[in-house]
Design a protein around this ligand. Sequence first.
Ligand SMILES: Cc1ncc(COP(=O)(O)O)c(C=O)c1O
Length: 384
Amino acid sequence: MKTSTRLNSLPPYPFAKLENLISKKRQEGIDLISFGIGDPDLTTPDFINQSLVEGLSISGNHNYSSSAGEKSFRDSISLWFEKRFNVSLNPDEEICALIGSKEGLAHIFRAFLNSGDTIAVPNPGYPLYEHGGTMLNDFKPLILDLSEESNYIPQTTQLQESDFSGIYLNYPNNPTGSVIQTSELNNIVNICNEKNSIIVYDNAYSEITYGGYKAPSILQCDNAHQNSIEFHSLSKTFNMTGYRIGFAVGNKNLIDGLKKIKNQIDSGSPKFIQHAASTALDSYNNGIPPKEILDNIKTYENRMSLLSDGLSKLGYEVKIPSGTFYLWMKVNENCESFAMKLLDNGIVVTPGSGFGNAGDNYVRFSLTVTESDISKALEKIPSC
Ligand SMILES: Cc1ncc(COP(=O)(O)O)c(C=O)c1O
């Protein structure tokens, strides 16, 4: 069947390509250790699963929710935000529930930009920004080249000299693990406000940080309410990827536009999922995560040290990140040939090129693998 120019312009989704290769190897009977997709192996805490079951038996919870989400969920978000970031949000105007943050990130610009308008997308970056959020909506991507030397933060001059109507930003960052300070965010907010550019700030990994670093919200910046919308996800923090639940917060006109788009295409996340998601957010005590989440973060931290120590001993240059569960590592060859070499040894990593050509000499390890498998994998990784 003939497909649209729009669809034809997209490269294959990088993880789909990887999944095909993995399933081929598995069919051949090869046992794989996968550092590929960022989907936590750790399970959803029991108290959240129990809340889901309880939510199912609440009368009316089998009915449609609304695109904006249940008031009770938006109230929980507002309370969580206040305690975690010291930012007050009006649950009726400045919050929208999402069926996973990915759908909101893909739709938001449709409410504000027209065909051919330009969106700045980070390179390397989460592929959705350039593809699902930009090209698939007939917008033009402007590639923001980020480098290891500048800690994968966009440079002031590059931002000032470029023309764009919207920008995607993401810290703690997938795939690099890089983090940002509020002063750096303030600078970006001010430049974008001068250009009247909408900032879409993806904070999916805000809770997965190490060594005392606490990820900020862009809404903590003085002038961010003017033009910014921030996206959160319960997927990574609470190991709830399959629940499909997230939310957007920020400028009320941006939230309103997102709700209008969503009204046309969905009927909201299931009420029982939102019920469980409220329980998850309510489990924070004065902005501090519950024990289950602190334990998860400790687990990722231990895995990160084990893997990075092992890789260093093999001669690779690795830097432990302050956020996310990804280790981004430079390799001395094309990342795809390196990843294929590891795959032949039974190890899956994501080639950095899947995140843009700035990742051509990098691979990403997702720390969603047990310590025992990390040790086994280290025995099969060739030295540098
Ligand atoms: C940077 C980033 N943003 C957003 C998402 C989407 O998360 P979800 O749709 O599960 O909320 C992901 C998932 O991997 C991600 O890495």
